[in-house]
Write a protein that binds this ligand. Structure first.
Ligand code: ADP
Length: 479
């Protein structure tokens, strides 16, 4: 099967979140299943710097009104990768979607419309590459126009659209639809229009042959008004074409036995987390106390992730002998509140407000508990990395979190199934209660704690099973 995997970020070239990890590890797993899969990505400045051999294979006109776009070809660890080079749109430093001042790049509609149009050209093979995809696999709103535009063609590849996060929809005012000179027929509630605005994600949700989300529970949740932001009607109607497939993790990149970022490698038999913890405490200027329970948070600092619950639980939790390490970047207000909290508890709390891949591995290898109090979570990867690193997750019962963490109930503990702690409501009381439970187990039930770690580390979240599910789906929609 020939698959074109379209994404706006891929690890290790450019990453803002889980999408980049999936765009790296899912194609790799499909390649192992002997599929002819190729990636296509915007040619951001940082990507061009990181790839070694790059050749220009074509120059295409995407619209009559815009500058021609170059299609480049390279390889990422043996995987063919195409890059869409539109210099005005992608040759800029910094974040792929957000301006340094914190707002979206004002030309995001033009940027990703150009990207989508160029991808369609690539799929049509006007370049005589002798390669036409059977499947175009699109991911998130940045690629949403592709299924919409392809739907207007008689002969076209099948399209799959994966929703990694329904909250990000690519909404733009009508005048941008007009300026982009998109086909008029697409301006309809049975198309890209969403309450008077243009919605890129609707292009995927309405027109793709099939849709997936990144966990079964999130697939159910987005058909309810609590999680769907007004898109529940469309998603309910298209329910037969919506499947939840759990994300996997790259078990080579995230392997405590071989991880080169961490100080002391380990496995479930020889657990060296305390040695790593000492190193981390030193590095983060916390008192070096290997026996003290260390809580960790890594992730984007946004309301979705429930960072406010962590902040508001500190007063109660800090009475216990515990430490916190927090790594993240995001909303200015949350960054400021975390800085204040760190100043209030300098002996117990360390923060690093940045994006730091190496430190994220070191934290996973050192911490005892990983906090993920997300308000919603399509899949979540950090709880999976945590399980693999024997860092017991505390998660809210939502989306992919509840599909992957097994609650430490008495029955689950007896059956050696438990791997973490869950709580129901996104409020401080429920969250604090789960943290207190973890503190109690860590200090007073060390045997059970050790068992939780062992069970967690033995879980298999590799891509093996999920990649096969994607393959079956591709086969079922192939034209
Ligand atoms: P989301 O995609 O919503 O951000 P996920 O849990 O699916 O959440 O994926 C987040 C990914 O980004 C993980 O690989 C996580 O380790 C990484 N990450 C997020 N913030 C940071 C950071 N500040 N430093 C290093 N890695 C980070």
């Amino acid at each position: 099967m020939k698959i074109l995997f379209v994404t706006s970020e891929v690890y290790p070239l450019i990453k803002t979140g889980g999408l980049a990890d999936v765009s790296y590890s899912l194609p790799k797993a499909l390649k192992k299943l002997h599929q002819d899969i190729r990636l296509v990505l915007p040619a951001y400045a940082s990507v061009l710097e990181r790839l070694k051999t790059i050749e220009t294979i074509a120059t295409v006109e995407v619209t009559a009104y815009s500058k021609p776009v170059h299609i480049l070809r390279s390889k990422l660890e043996g995987m063919p990768i195409y890059l869409i080079e539109a210099t005005d749109y992608f040759q800029r430093p910094g974040h792929p979607y957000i301006h340094p001042q914190g707002h979206d790049w004002p030309d995001n509609a033009q940027r990703f419309a150009t990207f989508c149009r160029a991808v369609i050209k690539l799929g049509q093979d006007p370049l005589n590459l002798n390669w036409q995809p059977d499947i175009v696999h699109c991911n998130d709103w940045q690629t949403g126009l592709i299924p919409a535009l392809l739907s207007q063609q008689a002969q076209r590849p099948a399209t799959l659209f994966t929703i990694h996060n329904l909250a990000y929809q690519g909404l733009f005012p009508y005048h941008q639809f007009y300026e982009l000179q998109l086909p008029n027929e697409l301006w309809s509630m049975h198309g890209l229009e969403f309450y008077g605005q243009m919605s890129f994600i609707k292009g995927g949700l309405y027109f793709a042959d099939h849709m997936t989300t990144v966990s079964p529970s999130y697939a159910r949740e987005i058909k309810t008004n609590e999680f769907a932001y007004g898109l529940e009607g469309l998603l309910k109607t298209r329910s037969p074409q919506l499947t939840g497939i759990l994300n996997g993790i790259d078990t080579q990149v995230w392997n405590p036995k071989t991880d080169s970022y961490i100080n002391k490698n380990y496995d479930e038999k020889r657990l060296h987390k305390k040695t790593n913890k000492q190193q981390l405490q030193q590095k983060m200027q916390l008192p070096v106390e290997p026996n003290t329970l260390l809580f960790a948070y890594i992730g984007r600092l946004v309301a979705q992730k429930g960072v406010d619950l962590i902040l508001n639980s500190l007063e109660q939790l800090m009475a216990y002998p515990i430490q916190f390490v927090i790594l993240g970047s995001g909303e200015a207000e949350l960054e400021q509140q975390l800085t204040q909290a760190q100043q209030s508890y300098p002996q117990q709390m360390a923060i690093h407000l940045a994006y730091d891949e190496a430190l994220s591995h070191q934290i996973e290898a050192s911490a005892d508990v990983f906090l993920m109090p997300s308000r919603y979570e399509p899949c979540g990867l950090n709880q999976l990395y945590s399980l693999r690193y024997g860092t017991i997750p505390i998660v809210r019962r939502t989306g992919g979190l509840m599909d992957t963490v097994v609650e430490a109930t008495t029955r689950n503990i007896i059956q050696h199934k438990a791997t973490g702690f869950l709580f129901d409501e996104a409020n401080v009381m429920d969250f604090t209660h789960a943290c207190l439970q973890a503190i109690d187990y860590y200090y007073h039930k060390p045997k059970i704690w050790r068992q939780l770690i062992r069970t967690a580390m033995q879980e298999d979240f590799s891509w093996q099973i999920s990649a096969k599910e994607y393959l079956q789906l591709y086969q079922s929609i192939k034209k």
